[in-house]
Design a protein around this ligand. Structure first.
Ligand SMILES: [Zn+2]
Length: 299
């Protein structure tokens, strides 16, 4: 597919026109099955064989992985300086509300830099307009007294960095079942937007086992949180982490290193849940991501 050309670096991305055309389900198929289109980046000034390879889902809630040549000293996406591992691999992801374009900047060891605009396709979120007033967000002082330490524990866990390498892997389903809630869906209350759904809800039935979608280190495993119930947070390394909510029981403890496919717990309805389901949310740094975009097709 690639031809060798010492004067050019190449960046492969999903072509914006193609990406824009995709419904999000189609985007799933792309991530699983299609090699991204290649676009040649002309570089007259930097006589190097260096290349950057990118692939992923260049869409809101999606992600990318790349590999920079040895003479690349830094890679930034927007304001985010990426972490390059020893072999130049890196990861970045695109928030649910990511802008249509973001700048990729490569800096070389001779001080030169190369800029490339990445197009991030917009999603059609599931928006429901309801003719009721939005509930006031003002929680009681008593409630916050219980909630605040929980909130801090979650923030602390998500800030933990581990050496987990799950970010390099192709994710697998933690459990298969009916999708009972989609990432990004949102209600608008008489014109006032509520917060969007931050994860993917899978409802295979109470007591069904769920497993690690990728390698990780358990950074939080707690019982009885007000909203989340029994909650597990798994760090996949490089700023990427998963949270699993409402478990009936957890099979791992804080500090455990787990392998992809390893049992994490059983699906339940602990915390604030209307029925048994696994709520799985994924974050990279501050960006909220759509787990479906990391998974092979549902069928
Ligand atoms: Zn949910």
């Amino acid at each position: 597919m690639r031809t060798r050309d010492a004067a050019a670096r190449r960046i492969s991305v999903i072509k914006p026109a193609l990406a824009r055309r995709l419904e999000w389900l189609a985007a799933l198929a792309i991530s699983a099955a299609t090699a991204p289109a290649q676009a040649r980046i002309p570089t007259a000034s930097h006589a190097s064989s260096a290349q950057v390879q990118l692939d992923g889902n260049f869409i809101q809630g999606g992600w990318m992985r790349g590999n920079a040549a040895a003479d690349v000293v830094s890679v930034t996406v927007g304001d985010e300086a990426l972490t390059l591992d020893d072999s130049g691999h890196f990861f970045a992801a695109f928030d649910r509300d990511a802008a249509a374009q973001v700048q990729l900047t490569l800096t070389y060891d001779d001080g030169r830099s190369h800029l490339q605009t990445l197009s991030i396709a917009a999603r059609k979120w599931q928006i429901e307009h309801v003719n009721v007033a939005k509930r006031s967000g003002g929680a009681s002082e008593a409630w916050w007294k219980k909630r605040e330490p929980e909130w801090n524990a979650i923030l602390g866990a998500r800030a933990k960095q581990t050496n987990a390498d799950g970010w390099r892997q192709s994710f697998i389903w933690p459990v298969k079942g009916r999708i009972s809630g989609r990432f990004g869906s949102q209600r608008i209350y008489r014109g006032e937007p509520g917060s969007y759904h931050s994860g993917l809800d899978i409802a295979p039935g109470a007591g069904e086992p769920f497993v690690a979608p990728a390698n990780g280190v358990v950074v939080l495993a707690v019982q009885g949180f007000s909203l989340e119930g029994n909650l597990l947070i798994l760090d996949h390394g490089n700023g990427l982490n998963s949270a699993f909510l409402h478990a009936q029981s957890l099979a791992v403890s804080e500090g455990d290193a787990v392998m992809q496919g390893q049992l994490l717990g059983r699906v339940g309805s602990s915390g604030r849940a209307t029925g048994p389901h696994l709520h799985w949310s994924l974050k990279w740094r501050d960006a909220r991501l759509d787990p479906l975009l990391f998974l092979p097709d549902a069928e």
